[in-house]
Design a protein around this ligand. Structure first.
Ligand code: NCD
Length: 304
């Protein structure tokens, strides 16, 4: 494997290896402190980010490597009209590995065609977000002790939410997965995700607009933000943005060990009163992101 553009490029076994490596890094960080000495990671972020970019950078630093890059398209030459192909061809001569986020679906795939160094898709438009999914799988594995046989509720903007697309695809390969797709009618999971991953794997799934109705059945509830930047008009966004708000009151109907996840940033979807609930895993999830990205960098750079 040279690049990581889509989570489905990794086999279930390879994902398991990355999870195991991330857990080893968590337990014995000192073993890994110099593994990427003299190596450089470039973060090319044409779209806003906090966790993804900073966790990539922290990951490389904790491996003893260095980081360079930009966090705003306006501060890069793309604002002068430079193509992704040219940017990547040049940055590949400065860095050993590139993490790229771009508002256009497919931009990181284009980048792989012009790069001699590994490209990691750090989110492309409303399409995919494989490293968030690795983070999510590590989190589910740590919180639940397994990835099989779980009933997972995906709630919110399932249409534009790239983290959900990648997670639904990935979970479809685990035995006994059941998916409950909770969204307003206008923000349903795209049919390509159902037709390419959920249905071919014979995964049981249901679609509903009502979170309360299904709350008590879920092992994991994955909340998402309504993706304002992908809407065509502000009116629709305003109408849909508060479709689901998880409150302590609603959590009373959930299983005592249901795990609440969210890729973050949160806007309104989860009331802050839930942060203290031990079922709230979203800040642990964000922390896990650094470790799984350390594992991924080691794998893509072929470091033993
Ligand atoms: C997500 C993203 O960028 O897609 N954030 C993240 O990477 N943790 C989710 C979001 O922006 O809503």
């Amino acid at each position: 494997m040279k690049h990581l553009i889509d989570i489905m490029e990794l086999s279930v076994e390879e994902i398991q290896e990355l999870i195991a490596l991330a857990e080893d890094i968590m337990n014995f960080p000192e073993k890994y402190r110099e593994k990427c000495k003299y190596k450089k990671l470039a973060t090319l972020f044409f779209e806003p980010s906090t966790r993804t970019r900073l966790s990539f950078e922290a990951a490389m630093m904790e491996l003893g490597g260095n980081v360079l890059g930009f966090s705003d398209a306006n501060s890069s030459s793309s604002s002068k009209g430079e193509s992704v192909a040219d940017t990547v061809a040049v940055v590949g001569s400065y860095a050993d590995i590139i993490a790229m986020r771009h508002p256009k679906e497919g931009a990181p795939t284009v980048a792989t065609m012009h790069s001699d160094v590994p490209i990691i898709n750090a989110g492309d438009g409303g399409h995919n977000h494989p490293t968030q999914t690795l983070t999510d799988l590590l989190t589910i594995s740590l919180e639940k002790g397994k990835l099989n046989g779980l009933k997972i509720g995906l709630c919110g903007d399932l249409k534009f939410g790239r983290t959900v697309h990648s997670l639904a695809a990935a979970m479809s390969r685990y035995e006994g997965t059941e998916l409950v797709l909770i969204s307003p009618d206008e923000l349903k999971l795209p049919s390509y995700v159902k037709n390419s991953y959920i249905k071919p794997n014979n995964i049981k799934y249901t679609q509903t607009t009502n979170l309360d109705e299904v709350m008590g059945e879920l092992d994991v509830l994955y909340m998402t933000r309504v993706q304002r930047e992908r809407f065509f008009n502000e009116e629709d966004y305003l109408r849909l943005k508060d479709s689901y708000i998880l409150t302590a009151e609603k959590m009373r109907n959930a299983k005592a060990d249901m795990t609440v996840m969210h890729p973050l940033p949160r806007v309104n979807e989860i009331s802050t009163e839930i942060d203290k609930d031990k079922r709230a895993a979203y800040f642990r999830q964000a922390r896990n992101g650094k470790y799984i990205r350390m594992a991924l960098i080691l794998k893509l750079l072929g470091v033993e």
